[in-house]
Design a protein. Structure first.
Lengths: 461, 461
């Protein structure tokens, strides 16, 4: 527990109305999508960058933990005050789109801006911000940058880090740092923005982000392929990407996921299919989209696709996407507890990865339905068990460890988009050598020698 | 001078034939494109990563400076052993393309691979590695990664950092680090590859790089626009990029540069033009290229373009590119000494930037011909004086300082692609605050507490 005199000082910095320490608010800020709960001593809403600097300098001096929080939509506990201290919230004040610079195709935003609000604002002027995590309607750019969020469009357009041109941030000692510029190229000094991206709020507090924008492609088309087996579908994925076409998205559902959606929504899905792939292509010319789709259809059919449908309009496109968009909630038909991971492998390893996952499911006699962003090698793996049966839950965690091991064996990563936080910290030793962990630790110490900023996350001590 | 017993130990690590300490070799490895010269105590050629680790561990223990060197083609002294010690060379052994993975569209290379050799190898199998610095025929991937090299195609395809998926590197203490994966997404642990890119060999020694490849676009077309004034041309640049088309390159020559090329090569160039823009577009469909060119022509003509030529074949394209490709050497007509900078600004600031540069030239009564990669805001600024006149040289350096100040005032960077090294170190205080320099210093210390790796570069101490 923090001494109340510290809370008084912090309240004096930001104004009493910008510090909450009542029970109701502490509970509201105690959780994220992991369903773990930790209460902070206070939630503080900085009004501007100088507040962030003053808060951090004070907390650094008095060894008070500080946890920056976006929308609390993370899957790994990155925004949870697991060791007490204060939570920094940006949704009250630091939530503005500061500028959309049409000439340079750049947006400048505060950390509390919601991803989809930015997308809408730039699309209204013909521009395009591609990163679209599933949380886009509520997650914030500050959180997206600190977790390096991905999304459906990553296959063609990459992830958050590919759009960050500059970051303003405050170090734990209060120093304000401008990293990067509104320029395509900048090689002066170390790439500080590069190390801040995906640092899960452990190195510095983001106060402003400059994002690259693209021209909005004029048209998009959607197609779906039905495959006899997952293996064939996974082969079609990497052969398509290597075949000279880069779809915006190439998402998959396996048989278990198809059945779950059908059982929940009765849409007439092909419940005997091994897998479905749904894909979007975009561009500025009808001929270009048609060329892309014809290449995709050819490769799909060469790899066991029995049916290939192209949506003729937006309604048909929405129909083709329905199963994918409703995959996650439908899986509850297989159990009340879902251990949902976001492992990612080189695309060519997808066929073997899925085979190994189903072998793990067989071994433990559980269900592991899979779906996700196969266009970039990212598979949402869902270990489903009965949450009320402790033996089943234990088995689920054993299975997850084997899921991670299979992923790492195939050259993959523990996390494609959710980060490590608390949830995956126990598995870091599987993915990194002691020397690599030592380097992470050295970097953490260089930014935050007193270990006050989101401490003890990512397997750091 | 290093004690000869240290050289004996290093020779025992790599084999006597892989350590040069004779005068001729020390001279050969003493310079780069800056024409500064510093001799090392020895040049050592590691055979593999373990050699690099053993060398660094030994040098770290005995406080021997280590300077990794690519082709020595840098413009800022990054590869120069300015404080003695040993130079690490990769051209003897660690110069292999280890793998071209067609399925995942990835190349794995050792640091000594020459950029153009990689481009040729991947193009032979239909793939594409876009970064193409002017030094591409001799500069190495290790150097490209450590300097974050750009090139002509950056306007559409970005720079080296946009293609680095993973780096293997050795810390000064000998620890071997694998950073990143052969996956599109990876958010486990800090983004170590992100901070190693552009670190100018000061943090770790790169031993292997995994690079993202693209499909090779099927066709390219070249066009040239002639403009009445630089201002109009610069406005055409950013309006084109914001107009929904992304040319591969959009390069410019100003009037002084056009005249210099004409005086040297007599090609019938428009010597009264304010500026020329040369642009390439690419894609897989003739219609797409034609659409892009029609948008470019429209925007060019709306902004003072009096003549717009589209090359009908490869020979005509080479003709349109001739002036740009021969700009740099032609400038010697204006003086024997060239201070050549690579400042970069947000594209919309280009018109004012050029105006300020010409005002600086007027003030000092010197010539500052400019050309370069305007598609990404990067201007090669050439302060030309008589190198034998000390007063002129002094004036040139005053002008350069004002060039940097104008760039920074307009939101730009000291360097778009050449890095800081020794040459730009004196200007770092103009671009970075003491707090930002302190952070750079902290990061350097975290990786290299004994300050043995390429020390005293980038304005670090």
């Amino acid at each position: 527990m923090i001494d109340s005199k510290h809370l008084d000082t912090l309240a004096a910095i930001v104004g009493r109305e910008n510090l909450y320490s009542d029970k109701a608010h502490l509970i509201a800020y105690s959780y994220d999508a992991t369903r773990e709960r930790f209460e902070a001593d206070a939630v503080v809403f900085p009004r501007h960058e100088q507040d962030v600097s003053d808060i951090l300098r004070y907390c650094n001096t008095h060894l008070i933990n500080v946890v920056p929080r976006g929308a609390g939509s993370g899957f790994t506990g990155g925004a949870l005050p697991s060791r007490g201290g204060i939570v920094l919230g940006f949704e009250k004040h630091m939530n503005k789109i500061l500028e959309i610079d049409m000439q340079n195709m750049v947006a400048v935003v505060q950390p509390g801006v919601i991803n989809k609000d930015l997308q809408r604002a730039v699309e209204a002027v013909g521009l395009f911000y591609p990163p679209d995590p599933a949380s886009q309607e509520y997650s914030t750019i500050g959180g997206n940058v600190n977790e390096n969020a991905g999304g459906m469009r990553a296959a063609k357009y990459g992830i958050t880090k590919d759009y960050v041109m500059a970051i303003r941030a405050v170090r734990p000692n209060g120093d304000i740092i401008k990293a990067g510029k509104r320029t395509i190229k900048d090689v002066a000094g170390y790439n500080i923005a590069g190390i801040l991206i995906a640092s899960e709020g452990t190195l510095a507090v983001t106060t402003e982000v400059t994002l690259k924008l693209l021209s909005k492609p004029k048209m998009t088309k959607t197609a779906m392929g039905i495959f006899g087996s997952v293996k064939e579908a996974m082969e079609a994925v990497y052969k398509t990407m290597a075949g000279g076409v880069t779809p915006v998205a190439m998402e998959f559902l396996d048989n278990l996921t198809i059945r779950a959606v059908e059982q929940t929504f009765h849409k007439g899905l092909p419940v005997d299919a091994g897998a479905i792939l749904v894909t979007d292509v975009d561009g500025n010319l009808e001929e270009d989209l048609n060329l892309q789709l014809s290449i995709i259809e050819k490769i799909f059919r060469e790899n066991g696709c029995s049916e290939f449908k192209i949506a003729r309009d937006a309604k048909e496109a929405a129909d083709l996407w329905f199963a994918r968009r409703n995959a996650s909630p439908s899986l509850s038909v297989y159990g009340s507890k879902k251990l949902n991971e976001d492992v990612t492998v080189p695309r060519s390893a997808l066929p073997e990865l899925l085979e190994r996952f189903y072998a793990i499911a067989d071994k433990y006699q559980i269900k592991i339905p899979c779906f996700g962003h196969t266009g970039d090698g990212n598979v949402h793996t869902n270990v489903m068990v009965d949450g009320k049966d402790p033996e089943q839950v234990k088995i689920a965690y054993q299975a997850i460890e084997e899921v991670f091991q299979a992923t790492i064996d195939l050259g993959g990563t523990l996390s494609g988009e959710h980060g490590i936080g608390l949830a995956k910290a126990p598995y870091m030793h599987m993915a990194f050598t002691p020397e690599e962990m030592a380097l992470f630790q050295d970097i953490k110490r260089a930014f935050d020698p007193n270990n006050i900023l989101n401490p003890f996350k990512m397997g750091l001590v």
